[in-house]
Write a new protein. Structure first.
Length: 127
């Protein structure tokens, strides 16, 4: 029985991921978003999480920073997650009250900005 639930969750994830990838036209963006979404899912499944929340996305961003990724790498990954949330809400897969809230959209947008801010404040490194 638990195997069936796991298969259903994977099928649901693949459908949601397909919605995200189908919503972008650039083949490069599709490839990078696919990688980012797969990374997020793998990270999400590593430990118990409280669902797809601001705290979860923030924790993922911190894990990306801890890996030493550059700001542009973090930004593209967070952009993929923002697109995931938007597509999930638009297709009734995420409670509309969660994502329709302007604050939630703003929070996801600010996560992208927060990923850049510490890097912008660093002094330039000399060669």
């Amino acid at each position: 029985m638990s195997e069936l639930i796991a298969v259903q969750k994977i099928a649901g994830w693949e459908k949601l991921k397909a919605l995200v990838l189908d919503s972008v036209s650039s083949p490069i963006t599709k490839r990078v978003y696919n990688m980012a979404l797969n990374e997020f899912l793998a990270w999400f499944q590593q430990a118990p999480r409280n669902g797809f929340t601001k705290a979860t996305v923030s924790a993922w961003r911190v894990s990306l920073e801890d890996r030493g990724l550059g700001s542009s790498s973090i930004i593209i990954r967070i952009s993929a997650i923002r697109k995931l949330a938007a597509e999930a809400a638009d297709n009734g897969l995420l409670a509309s009250r969660i994502f329709a809230n302007t604050t939630t959209r703003t929070i996801l947008r600010r996560l992208t900005i927060a990923a850049i801010s510490p890097i912008q404040r660093r002094p330039p490194q000399s060669p």
